[in-house]
Design a protein around this ligand. Structure first.
Ligand code: NAP
Length: 292
């Protein structure tokens, strides 16, 4: 399987457009799932302190030397090292709500690094703004420290609404590289996607399949039949066409492979227009203003 193409974040760091989501993967299954995803060609992994599986994810990452390097898999000269190294991976983790604040963020980061067994992460995100706590500008200042120290190659946010981005940018010195938000055909986040484009922030879609529910949409089923693809592949291809980074979560090797196999076809304007019509403001998760 070919690895995912990469996008450039606003600081030049490259991110695989399709990554492996790890929410609700039990800690005891995480190492096996990461190993399976590496085998399928994934190089980008999305975890969080809150998922409770960073240790298992780290163990799975520890198996990377048994896999072929992306240069080889991308059809390079064949002269490069046959095994993967840490630099070939993109690992994201997130700061949990209870750890917001400057010092607490630094401590939480150390705990995540120790759990993952890593020297650095590729992306560190504030998991939720937690508006009532009012600590996200301070938490972000700590993340800027980690960024300058090279312990996080990129920093960003998750579940930030326009007002949160606006307030953050009043004090931030580093524009967030990413805002990871719930995004799928039933919740298309047009306002945030436009704002991200203006600010140079990459849109990353969580619950890209609407936790599986959007797979049953009649239009998605029709497009799948017309393209000889699965419903999941149609939705993931829609994310690719929009320029989103996306991190579907699946439990079996067959689905993990299926979800990465979305680069050999495209959706035309008529299909994209039809999919744009599916917006219905449907959330599978919490509204960011209700999480504190
Ligand atoms: N920042 C945040 O606040 C936040 C919140 C939620 C999620 N996330 C991230 O986003 C990732 C993905 O979101 P998600 O897990 O909520 O939802 P999702 O990826 O939209 O959907 C996952 C569901 O779809 C099913 N599925 C996956 N591939 C499939 C396929 N090819 N065919 C049929 N069913 C398929 C999975 O089933 P099986 O597992 O049974 O295979 C699972 O039930 C998470 O794992 C996490 O990394 C971030």
């Amino acid at each position: 399987m070919k690895p995912s193409p990469r996008l450039s974040l606003n600081n030049g760091v490259l991110i695989d457009q399709v990554g492996c989501g790890l929410y609700k993967v039990p800690p005891e299954d995480a190492a096996g799932l990461v190993t399976m995803a590496l085998e399928a060609g994934y190089r980008h992994f999305d975890t969080a302190a809150m998922y409770g599986n960073e240790t298992g994810v780290g163990r799975g990452i520890g198996s990377l030397s048994s896999f072929v390097s992306p240069e080889d898999a991308r059809g390079g000269s064949g002269e490069s090292s046959p095994s993967l190294s840490r630099e070939d991976l993109f690992v994201t983790t997130k700061l949990w709500n209870d750890d917001q604040g400057y010092d607490a963020t630094l401590r939480a980061f150390d705990t995540s690094m120790s759990n993952l067994g890593l020297e650095y992460v590729d992306l560190y995100l504030i998991h939720w703004p937690c508006q009532q706590r009012g600590l996200y500008p301070e938490s972000y200042r700590a993340m800027e420290t980690l960024y300058r120290e090279g312990r996080a190659r990129a920093i960003g946010v998750s579940n930030f609404q326009p007002a949160h981005l606006d307030r953050l940018l009043q004090s931030a010195e580093v524009v967030p590289a990413v805002n990871q938000i719930e995004l799928h055909p039933w919740l298309q986040q047009q306002e945030l996607r436009t704002l991200h484009g203006e600010l140079g922030i990459t849109t990353e879609a969580w619950s890209p399949l609407g936790r599986g529910q959007v797979l049953q949409d009649p239009l998605v089923l029709d497009l799948a039949a017309a393209h000889g693809r699965t419903p999941a592949q149609i939705i993931l291809r829609w994310h690719i066409e929009l320029g989103n980074v996306t991190i579907p979560k699946a439990s079996s090797y067959a689905r993990i492979k299926e979800n990465l196999n979305v680069f050999g076809f495209s959706l035309d304007d008529a299909a994209m227009d039809a999919l744009a019509g599916l917006e219905r403001g449907f959330r599978t998760g919490s509204h960011p203003d209700s999480v504190n």
